[in-house]
Design a protein around this ligand. Sequence first.
Ligand code: WTA
Length: 635
Amino acid sequence: MSNYHIKHLEEYFQVYRKSVRYPEVFWEEVAEEHFLWRKKWDKVLEWDFTKPEIKWFQGAKLNITENCLDKHLYVRGDKTAILFEPNNPNEEAQHITYKQLHEKVCKFANVLKSKGIQKGDRVIIYLPMIPELAVSVLACARIGAIHSVVFAGFSSTALSTRVNDCQAKMVITSDGSYRGAKTIDLKGIVDEGLEDCPTVENVLVAKRINTNIEMKSGRDYWLQPLLDEASAECNPEIMDAEDPLFILYTSGSTGRPKGMLHTTGGYMVYTAYTFKNVFQYKENDIYWCTADIGWITGHSYIVYGPLANGATTVMFEGVPSYPDYGRFWDIVEKHKITQFYTAPTAIRALAKENLDFVNKYELSSLRVLGTVGEPINEEAWHWYNDNIGDKKCPIVDTWWQTETGGILISPVPFSTPTKPTYATLPLPGIQPTLMDENGKEIKGNSVEGRLCIKFPWPSIARTIWGDHERYKNTYFSAFDNKYFTGDGALRDEVGYYRITGRVDDVIIVSGHNLGTAPIEDSINEHPAVAESAIVGFPHDVKGNALYGYVILKETGEVRDRDNLRKEINQLITDHIGPIAKLNKIQFVPGLPKTRSGKIMRRILRKIASKDTSNLGDTSTLLNPEVVELIMKEAL
Ligand code: WTA
């Protein structure tokens, strides 16, 4: 039996039991089976959740790109590593082989070096979904620079906050990007964002839309001429297993994003292992994850996990609605996709459209379907199962987080029987538990609580960049000696997990994590606004949409409410990006608060979702009368 590849349910249980009983033996065997190490570890695991400190494969030396590229050159050098499908269906797809990708990465890595980037330097990558994005990520890893990809839909302010937080020395971007029928001026956003970023020395610019842009002399360089001159040989920097690999920012409950830091050895082992098992990847499969590499899903399951397994991984530049709502299925047919991994919000959006968009295409190449990012509702699950999978493809509902680095709870296809809306069982090595509000572990089945993990796994984030205290407070303080996920979950009668949603101030909109605090901070910058509170409410496509309660300053001035709404949404777009815009904005005379001054979001959530039958006891509020007033004018 190989620990690396699970093929049936009995094997899953055997492997799981072993992984929990002897975690170190288990992970050591996995790590030995499939990877290139320049030196093996002295110790598999050292951990202490109270500090918190977690170290995997200490003493080991490696470079992750040797595992993603060099390892494959002799066995599958001419196999497609990255299959790039452009935004415009009439533009030809690119098949980049492992050999070609290796060469591109080495050249890019040499360009980085020529611009003074060294091991440990931070490089911000702000690129659309074009091959240069994957190549630049790997080029950083090749030389030990720490990449931090910022989703190219984020605003200039969001970009500069991240650049400054990690003190990046370089930004990599493009002259612009395509998004359906639109083009976006990425370089303009970068120029604006960098006005106040003293640490950035250079900006490398890839050409994508061929527009005229301004290049700041001495700072900005076109990428292509530098690549043309660069050598195609670049020895990998030999890294310690615990050396940083990347920082990826995620929202938290304060205005400042959290730079989750992932390290090299454990992250590689875990993403490779879970990719193999969750997608049951076989040598000639064509795997497609529709996420953007700006999110963790793209890092782990477009780039590192698939490439470490020698897979063919598709990168799609466009959107599901362009040129029409059949685009995803067109791509599935065109490239004979075998594994398709997407988000519930995309499924819901596509399920609203005419089924002809699906039925026009031949989808019989599909073998496994996946979802990630938010709970999938029953209706969307069945639509996906019936129309896309033809009831033949297991759906892997994969639960995980930016912080966890890889999938923690998911069916293993063809082994674990699936159940609609359930992420089902923990993967090997993962020890989930449910906790009650008093910090006690809830035993047994048919129970509900807060989801925690009791034991470390190799790809857990090691810290928040520059703020270890916040890391400790956010994840390891709510419950003794456990990693707290921020999610609620239930465990059914057979032990299957279903994630019910966030229990903190993070709202998931269209699969994107949004903290309420930064949105409220943006709104409060409006000169007419005194205070605001954001909550989520159910939305049939986005999963959740945002509802803002806004108190205006009392100036006696009469203002046009619709204009104010527009201005508020513009502020949010400028500070965070269009994904954080509010669907509804209600102007209110006050916000319900506890006597200690904390906004009672529970009540606001109920009003926003039109569920006011049971508001609970409001008499303990500082201002109970305001609840009635808000309810009367609810949107
Ligand atoms: C939510 C995305 C239900 C959850 C990989 C988690 C899910 C947050 C699922 C992390 C799922 C992710 N079912 N909820 N299958 N997958 N979530 O950091 O609330 O962008 O805490 O990572 O998304 O979002 P993040």
